[in-house]
Design a protein around this ligand. Structure first.
Ligand SMILES: [Zn+2]
Length: 299
């Protein structure tokens, strides 16, 4: 792809009253400021290893598939090989499916919120798929119970101080519900940051993620965010599970900054060692050529 076409496809986002412009490169999935890559919140959080439970799950998925499908004695080795290979790739298939559902649910909820904010906007199209519908139903139930009034959705954020970017799911004014486990005190109209999750469980890195969004949005807008909400939308049961965060922001944001620091250190050392390896490689190559030339001379 030519550089020109690539640049045309880039979306521009302005921050801080137009003082800062970021470009989003949809091909490489990166944010750029004056041509330099800006770390995104979700990329930074990949530095936390979440693979252990996934690994167990992937192995179980593969072994279950093989044990359920294999017929003894194995008379057709080719068929058996195909089964093993299918089982090997199953976890990737499932993760892709889950990712698709999450994306469709996010897109649909976004369209719904846009319509809530401006009734003249297009009515969202009909939902395809039970799991997406369940996610939407769960989000709607949370909104109903908390008398939610939306301020923005899918907003881009950028922190000028720490140089990171991202997209938050939503900002809204939220009331307490009647469940004191969910909302320990009664309150009205708190400016809150909302993040939807369609994963099977809530993880602490979601706290770091939302703290990063909160820092950036407060830095840019000057508005104070009172609460953060990480809301898991049940794909199978259509119910929500919410982490209502009234405190802990400082600790969560510190954790995000640690991840950001570590990401930068890893990137910098990797680059240094790549250059080191390249230097050694080219020296070895040169020495090899010299040796070859010498042996040719002596011939
Ligand atoms: Zn509540």
């Amino acid at each position: 792809m030519s550089l020109k076409i690539k640049q045309q496809e880039r979306q521009k986002y302005e921050f801080y009253n137009g003082q800062i412009t970021l470009e989003y490169d949809p091909v490489d999935h990166v944010y750029l400021r004056d041509g330099a890559e800006v770390p995104s919140v979700t990329t930074v959080l990949k530095i936390i290893d979440k693979s252990a439970p996934l690994m167990n799950w992937a192995v179980k998925l593969a072994t279950d598939k093989i044990l359920q499908s294999v017929v003894f004695p194995i008379t057709n080795p080719e068929e058996f090989t195909a089964l093993v290979l299918k089982a090997k790739g199953l976890h990737r298939e499932r993760l892709e499916d889950a990712g698709d559902i999450g994306k469709l649910a996010h897109d649909y909820i976004e369209k719904y919120i846009i319509q809530q904010m401006s009734p003249s906007a297009d009515t969202p199209p009909e939902i395809e798929g039970d799991k997406v519908w369940n996610c939407f139903r769960a989000a709607l139930e949370w909104m109903r119970l908390h008398n939610v009034h939306w301020v923005s959705t899918e907003r881009k954020i950028y922190s000028r101080t720490y140089d990171f970017a991202g997209t938050l799911d939503g900002i809204a004014f939220v009331d307490s519900c009647n469940d004191r486990e969910c909302c320990p005190t009664e309150f009205k109209s708190r400016r809150s940051l909302i993040d939807w999750k369609s994963s099977n469980a809530l993880r602490i890195d979601y706290l770091f993620q939302t703290a990063a969004y909160q820092y950036a949005i407060e830095e840019e807008s000057g508005d104070t965010i009172e609460d953060r909400w990480v809301i898991r939308l049940g794909k199978s049961d259509g119910k929500f599970e919410a982490w209502h965060l009234e405190s802990g922001y400082e600790e969560d944001f510190r954790a995000f900054l640690n991840c950001l620091d570590l990401t930068r250190s890893v990137k910098s050392v990797t680059l240094r060692m790549t250059e080191y390896r390249d230097r050694i490689k080219s020296k070895t190559k040169k020495r090899g050529q010299n040796g070859k030339n010498k042996s040719e001379e002596s011939n």
